[in-house]
Write a protein that binds this ligand. Structure first.
Ligand code: ADP
Ligand code: NA
Length: 348
């Protein structure tokens, strides 16, 4: 069988929440466990992406180290996976520039993330008026940087949430444009970039504990709405106890009419690697208090070891630096090879 190369990234913007863990990070550890011996896995802390929004320098610096500790704490193994800080490998930016130069502006305008930013900046009095003077160009072109992150390692598989589908399609388009243009120029060159396939996380969306009509998100101002991977058992307990449900008797899985109750079932099912419908069957005669107690136990138990490991690793600064240096060395070695071909093809 052909060997696979996995690439995925996470922004160093604060401690991940339960949604990030169940929707993305836990799947990385699973892929690491199930990958064939000849497969390669890259997991990158993508600091340059974080700069598309205002950041405090000290906070950002700390968040990058914290994220390294967290990735190791959840079970990523630096002996098996290449774990590194994107911002330490300038090849990402160089390739992003080359890709920017073949990216049609119209493609970026069609990105739903960009359209969302534009919508947010609409003049409150005149809906037709968009004020893009407050939006930086990085927000517009970061999907190209993301494509560079992936193509730089000739990744064949990209574990992502379904919200990233459009970005992966852009990445494939750019790989094709690049390959085609350069092959037309010089018949001796073979395709440079494989077209990467998205690997979607199977789990369901985790919703806000305080407003189960929206997803659990780090951008919500309400801290009680999310469980952080570093929360203590007491904090987890308090947040789940206060989770919004409904006054309907009994427990059923009904995401449309009972989003809060269904969210608790989704979380419990994810902890136990089963489906919410199956969990619901076990709770049909029980009440919300009972369900919440079991969700608390399951989440506390699932996060216990990552949290303990995190507390230990965050003290081991030298070790974290060593892991980052080793990851960077491997990432650079591979990406330099790719960049040599790219530069040669472009006449750089
Ligand atoms: P946030 O929305 O909290 O800012 P990000 O957009 O940085 O999170 O997402 C990081 C990863 O976590 C993505 O792969 C995304 O699909 C996943 N993710 C984020 N929120 C949730 C959620 N509530 N449920 C499941 N997965 C989520
Ligand atoms: Na987000």
């Amino acid at each position: 069988t052909l060997s696979r190369t996995y690439f995925s990234g996470i922004q160093p913007t604060g401690v991940p929440h339960l949604g990030n863990y169940l929707g993305a990070l836990r799947n990385w550890v699973k892929l690491q466990r199930e990958a064939a011996p000849h497969d390669t896995l890259y997991f990158s802390i993508v600091g340059w992406h974080a700069l598309t929004l205002p950041q405090d320098r000290k906070v950002l610096l700390g968040a990058q180290t914290d994220m390294m500790a967290l990735l190791l704490a959840i079970g990523l193994d630096p002996k098996r996976s290449i774990i590194f800080h994107q911002s330490q490998n300038p090849n990402h930016l160089e390739l992003a520039w080359y890709l920017n130069c073949i990216t049609p502006v119209g493609k970026l305008r069609r990105m739903t993330t960009w359209k969302g930013r534009l919508a947010d900046s609409r003049n409150a009095n005149d809906e037709s008026e968009v004020d893009d003077s407050l939006l930086n160009t990085g927000l517009f072109t970061y999907p190209v940087l993301q494509a560079a992150d992936i193509l730089l390692y000739k990744a064949t598989h990209v574990p992502v949430g379904e919200d990233q589908q459009q970005h992966i399609e852009l990445c494939r388009d750019l790989a094709e444009i690049f390959n085609r243009q350069l092959e037309a120029d010089n018949k001796t060159f073979r395709a440079t970039f494989p077209l990467p396939a998205p690997v979607y996380t199977p789990s369901k969306r985790i919703l806000s504990l305080r407003d189960p009509t929206s997803k659990m998100s780090k951008s919500s101002p309400i801290e009680q709405s999310r469980i952080l991977l570093t929360d203590s058992p007491e904090e987890i307990k308090a947040k789940i106890r206060r989770a919004v449900t409904d006054s309907v008797q009994g427990i059923t899985y009904d995401p449309v009419n009972r989003p809060g109750t269904s969210n608790l079932l989704t979380i419990l099912a994810a902890c136990e690697n089963t489906e919410p419908e199956q969990v619901a069957d076990l709770y049909s005669g029980k009440d919300h208090g009972h369900l919440k107690s079991d969700v608390i136990d399951a989440v506390v138990e699932m996060l216990r070891r990552p949290r303990e490991e995190y507390e230990r690793l965050i003290q081991a600064r030298t070790y974290l630096t060593e892991v980052a240096q080793d990851g960077l060395w491997k990432a650079k070695l591979q990406s330099e090879q790719v960049m040599r071909t790219v530069r040669e093809r472009l006449g750089m």
